[in-house]
Design a protein around this ligand. Sequence first.
Ligand code: HXC
Ligand code: NAP
Length: 284
Amino acid sequence: MFQKDLLQGKRILITGGGTGLGKATTQRFLELGAEVYICGRRQEVLAATEQELRERTGGKIHSRPCDVRDPSAVEEMLGIIWAEGPLDVLMNNAAGNFLARTEELSLGAFQSVIGIVLMGTLHTTMACGRRWLAAGRGGVVLNVTTTYTITGSAYVVPSAVAKAGVQTLTRSLAVEWGDRGIRMNAIAPGPIPTEGAFSRLLPRPELAEAAKKRNPLGRFGTTEEFANLAAFLISDGAGYVNGEVVTMDGGEWLQGAGEFTALGRELTAKEWEMMRPKPKKTKE
Ligand code: HXC
Ligand code: NAP
């Protein structure tokens, strides 16, 4: 799909790069010539991904444990990375989420998810942004949100409010920092099977079939499709795309929102026929 050297020479940090969508994207960026740093909380997960992807791609990959909720840990990590050279791209992919009835949530539950998703994104974005601005050089930020930033969603309220904040941060800074060469966009994916998301958000496997029926394409997205969109958005070829939130959900949220979509799918062929205009009788 892309030229093999699309991301040659680019230095990229992917938070949460040890698993799921972050891992698949790390692999794609390495295949396209980038040097990639990944972080997360679990050292053993990061080390295993680093080794696996280095062997698979032969690319330059580094990993470092870092809890993005902790601004001093983020500063320390970025200080170490910058000592080896500036980053060109930051991808805020780390997240936390679970299904719960909102009235039963503790304050700690809200703080945990909002801390990872919104504050974590803010910590890394400020730390990179300030360095880029001070050096008078550009940079690219790619955030990962969800489709329910538009609609809100019951039962994932900490995630919904945090991701909506990330979406607003994306659009705000795309304008404020755009004049100094910093481009900022987001991907809003629909459901894509990963262990991290589906173990927490799909309590019964058979619910997957119902979820696929809610999608015009009748299937979930793939990690490869996500990684390809990410590669395009951070590449120089997408240089005029700024402040955009790109939905990739097979049309799922539009299907849910369309007033007559569900009704139309219920109607029989006979009912459709009955609604067609009858042939007009011509006067003798
Ligand atoms: C209610 C819960 C809970 C649950 C945790 N808590 N799980 N409350 N229901 N299922 C509460 C705890 O009681 C605690 O509150 C607080 O949250 C923090 O929990 P800890 O386990 O101490 O936190 P921690 O170990 O830091 O784990 C963070 C986490 C966990 C967010 C809770 O799920 C995690 O590590 N997630 C990372 C990966 C992830 O979530 N991936 C999915 C991303 S998918 P108290 O008050 O007791 O301190 C996604 C979008 C999907 O984001 C969209 C699909 C279409
Ligand atoms: P995942 O595998 O659980 O990815 C989450 C990653 O974030 C993990 O690697 C995790 O590693 C890391 N992380 C969590 N808390 C962290 C913290 N405090 N500091 C640093 N890293 C932290 O789930 P995924 O499905 O790939 O999700 C990736 C992104 O896509 C998320 O932003 C998610 O909201 C978004 N998304 C996913 C879907 C989907 O269907 N899969 C749909 C819409 C949006 P540690 O646990 O080791 O820290």
